[in-house]
Design a protein around this ligand. Structure first.
Ligand code: ASP
Length: 594
């Protein structure tokens, strides 16, 4: 193919000392211009790097004058000769720092307006501005690095699955609405007026049907859509690595995932991941960390002391335990130095987490001190110190509440203190499985059980008999993978027998009619020979975020929406032409303003 004279021969990250003497052409954006009177230096940037271009009177001629007009972010083509930089002028911070380009010809390919913020990693622009001008934000080396990592992650995932006999299959985006969990995004049909498609919250039913179809190892990197209420760092559309396998047990799925994670760690981080990964039961995670997605890279584990304070003279402890609640908490080493004000702040934090209050006890040379200590017997005091293995100078922080709330609140406090005290070892990643989740959850508002994972999740075989007697005690063949305190994947072994599925629906108070309506096609498919199967889905964005060392998924998504589900760049969601609505037979009811 003929190269036009302005077209690049090399990228801006490519030239080294060995290219000295060659005549080359570079294309890119003017990153910075430095005017030294007779001499002009341009840092020319593309996604591969930055190359210094020098315009000087000897060789640049007319181009020197033109270079004076260049501004930041102009797109230019420069042709010239590669020169080794003189000793002492080498820039070790730049991959191309050994050379510079002595410009002979300059072509402005496109001028640029002054950008609303500098294209620089040390950016101070608000995120709103960055999202509105996302194409400028994405020019920054840091953001380019994030998206390139995301790209490598796609490749690592695909190569692992390809090597392990998985089949990549696309499932529809326009599907039947089967709301379960989050709200569906609806798409009106023009051809079938008054009818709607839904965008998939996940390809769950399709992937299970693919198992019935005989594709025993399926995966897909797939967009999912959930019209959830706005929560921090959620996106209405997000990407999953979706997986389903036939003729497998929980162990098979988990070891496949461990292989995938080891492959990703090797490929993306150049690290060996130790497998098998650690496992915690849901119960243990809640007791020790007060969370089903525990940050395990620091200690400060919770210790339950209900037995120690069961008969306490401190009424809050005694009455909580009497009423079936618990007293749990943690010991902050050296925390006795905390001032009154700092402890008040911790109490405020506990209240914000819906806790009832916080009891703090300083450990002095002679045992426990502090307001509440005077209500405690000597046996209680020594019992508490012993339970926490506390020493003089430590601080005990306790909460009393019904079990789940007490644990969650204490867990949130643990994480808060871990962050505040800089206890979390962020130099490494830690992966842990959470297993044996409860199958069901009681929904106070609806006064019925709901599936914790989804209605197709299988109960543990050994708990089947409890389905009738104590459903809340039934554990599920479900598993979550937690990385650095974030849930990055979750899945389960599914129910493949119709009888059990029926029972599950009745427990969830999903009537025959409703089940037929929502999942009839899946239930029918199961009647034609369904293999035992199970799977998992990864939050791809979250995984990419953690691997890139970022703290929001927006940093690894090219065009994310804000926390208010708005796209600031193109202004979605927006009004539409009334004609479009008319064609669809839709009328919008204006919002009640009062
Ligand atoms: N479809 C489930 C989800 O999106 C994951 C799974 O069970 O495979 O959470």
């Amino acid at each position: 193919m003929q190269r036009e004279s302005w077209q690049r021969t090399h990228t801006c990250g490519e030239l080294r000392a060995e290219h000295a003497g060659q005549r080359v052409t570079l294309n890119g954006w003017v990153h910075r211009r430095r005017d030294h009177g007779g001499l002009i230096f341009i840092d020319l940037r593309d996604r591969y790097g930055i190359t210094q271009v020098r315009f000087n009177p000897d060789v640049s001629g007319h181009a020197l004058e033109e270079a004076r007009e260049l501004k930041s972010e102009y797109v230019i083509s420069v042709t010239g000769t590669v020169e080794k930089r003189p000793e002492g002028m080498v820039n070790p911070n730049l991959a191309t720092g050994e050379i510079e380009l002595a410009a002979e010809e300059l072509v402005v390919l496109s001028p640029a307006r002054t950008t609303p913020f500098p294209i620089d990693d040390r950016i101070e622009a608000s995120e709103e501005l960055r999202l509105k001008y996302r194409y400028l934000d994405l020019r920054r080396p840091e953001m380019q690095k994030n998206l390139l990592l995301r790209n490598r992650l796609y490749q690592a995932v695909r190569s692992y699955f390809a090597a392990n006999d998985f089949v990549e299959i696309e499932t529809p985006f326009l599907m039947r609405s089967t709301p379960e969990g989050a709200r569906d995004f609806l798409v009106p049909s023009r051809i079938h007026r008054g009818k709607f498609y839904a965008l998939p919250q996940s390809p769950q039913t399709y992937k299970q049907i693919l198992m019935v179809a005989g594709f025993d190892r399926y995966y897909q990197i797939v967009r999912c859509f959930r019209d959830e209420d706005l929560r921090a760092d959620r996106q209405p559309e997000f990407t999953q690595i979706d997986v389903e396998m036939s003729f497998v047990t929980r162990e098979d799925v988990m070891s496949m995932v461990e292989g995938l994670m080891a492959h990703i760690f090797r490929d993306i981080l150049g690290e060996e991941l130790q497998t098998p990964l650690r496992r915690l039961t849901y119960d243990e995670a809640m007791r020790r960390y007060g969370s089903d997605k525990p940050e395990t890279r620091f200690g400060l584990e919770l210790v339950e002391v209900s037995d120690v304070v069961r008969d306490s003279g401190f009424k809050v402890f005694r009455s909580t335990v009497d009423a079936g609640g618990i007293v749990t908490g943690l010991c902050l080493p050296g925390g006795a130095r905390y001032s009154r004000k700092q402890i008040d702040e911790l109490t405020q934090f506990v209240l914000q987490q819906n806790g009832k209050g916080l009891v703090s006890l300083k450990v002095g040379e002679n045992g426990l001190e502090g307001g509440v200590a005077k209500f405690l017997s000597d046996a209680e005091k020594t019992g508490l110190v012993k339970s926490f293995n506390a020493s003089a100078g430590d601080l005990l922080l306790l909460v009393a509440d019904e079990p789940e709330r007490a644990r969650t609140v204490a867990g949130a406090l643990r994480l808060h203190l871990g962050q505040r005290e800089g206890l979390i070892d962020t130099s490494r990643h830690e992966l842990v499985w959470i297993v044996d989740f409860p199958l069901l959850e009681w929904d106070e508002d609806e006064e019925r059980y709901v599936a914790r994972h989804h209605p197709f999740t299988s109960p543990m075989d050994e708990d089947l008999s409890l389905l009738d007697t104590a459903p809340e005690k039934v554990r599920a063949k479900a598993y979550d993978l937690v990385m650095d305190g974030n849930e990055i994947a979750g899945g389960s072994i599914r129910i493949h027998r119709r009888e059990l599925q029926k029972k599950m629906f009745s427990l969830l108070r999903i009537g025959d009619q409703e089940a037929e309506n929502k999942f009839g096609f899946l239930l029918e498919a199961f009647e034609y020979g369904a293999p035992p199967h199970g799977g998992i889905a990864f939050g791809f964005d979250r995984l990419a975020m953690l691997l890139a060392g970022r703290s929001t998924i927006r940093d690894v998504i090219a065009f994310p929406k804000t926390n208010r589900a708005v796209s600031l760049m193109d202004g979605a969601p927006s009004d539409v032409d009334p004609k479009q609505l008319e064609e669809l037979g839709i009328a919008v009811i204006p919002e009640d303003k009062d």
